[in-house]
Design a protein around this ligand. Sequence first.
Ligand SMILES: *Cc1c(COP(=O)(O)O)cnc(C)c1O
Length: 464
Amino acid sequence: MLTENIHEALRKIPSITELLNSDALDPYRDQIEEGYLTTLAREVQEQVRLEVRSGNADASDTAIERLVQRVHLLVRSQSIRVINGTGIIVHTNLGRSPVSQDTASAMSSAATNYLALEIDPVTGRRGGRGQEVADLLRLLTGCEDALIVNNNAAAVTLTLSALAAGREVIVSRGEAVEIGGGFRIPDVLRQSGAHLIEVGTTNRTYTRDYEQAIDEDTAAFMKVHASNFAILGFTSQPDVEELAELAHSRGLLMIEDAGSGCLVDPRKYGLGAEPLLQDSIAAGVDVVTASGDKLFGGPQAGLILGRREVIERIRRHPLARAVRVDKTVQAGVAATLRHYLRGDYEEQVPIWWSMARSVDWLEARISRWRAATGDAVSDIITTKAAVGGGALPGQTLPSRAMTIELAGVSPDEVARQLRTGEPSVFPRIIDDRVAIDARTVLPDQDADLVSAIRRIVAQYQFTS
Ligand SMILES: *Cc1c(COP(=O)(O)O)cnc(C)c1O
């Protein structure tokens, strides 16, 4: 038996016509066709009816609001743009590496135009897709040939499928790991049809461990870069050059998953060493794979570099077609490579721009923010920024942040207000204070950041 007040609430649910005629929908009328709006109105009405029947009599008052909210989320033109104040440069949850302006325009131009993607403009004949990227990578890393795919997970899966299906791949126990996001080396090997042979121990593995595991089914040695973790203390892993030499002397292939796609030595910025693609090639690997959107600083992609005949085998594998990159990514990877070719990455590629900022520069930047937002609510503190994205785990860059403290408002609440504003600002909380790290705020975001902070300060000073 429904109670009287539920009957009353059911009668109060707006009709479809009432919902569709609501003034609150006016700002959206040119962004969604009437038929789709009607479908959403029916869904909202049905949902409200169910809630009222299950006892929530107040739900009938929320129908219009809910419809507007549904429409709003569907029509907004972009995903939420964020100012990264976390101090984590390659932030996986915030989209990893932002790309350079040149890269973004190359991608946009490739998307909105026809382009000579698989045709040679001189002869008018069909030409190789990906030639431009391969030529740039050959010059920059010394590899003989290269291929790009959707991401590094695809690059590793394709490489192993093409080179080691049905055969054994020898991996150090300390490297048969989960990289993050469910990418587990043992699973990837199994998926590509290869058999994993683990050698050594978690902390120490020697070249002789690989040597002793070789048998007639062995296809390759594989080295996996330790991303997202570091094994410290009593450790030993053989270097790639030594392993490659042993592999070749026994007729085997040397495969490396380098992880971050780094072309610039991070030691330049006081960080530790990261495997550089050109060093892997120089060490004699047959093939090395990496991500395009970590320390390469480009769009999401998987880079596969190596010896000509090995890359050709990979290119001809049926899976290569299934993980082929889109033309916009191809244009984006090429545009990013040109920054390394010209040597202007420190000014143009956002992640390297962030890493290259001096502490003095960061302090001056924060002084400008404070002057524009009010010294009374803010302070400058010493922080540590991280590279992120699994690269250089545990290592940090000296940095500076601006804290914001508003009397009577908890740091969690200030952080929530910053995250949900427009533009959204993601701070971190250090010692119970909201802090915005100046290293990861991009060069053209100062004015937006200042106005976001001003708005929050004004809101609380007004209401308190
Ligand atoms: C990040 C990473 C991957 C996965 O790369 P995606 O581009 O995210 O697919 C694989 N291996 C290593 C060593 C990594 O660091």
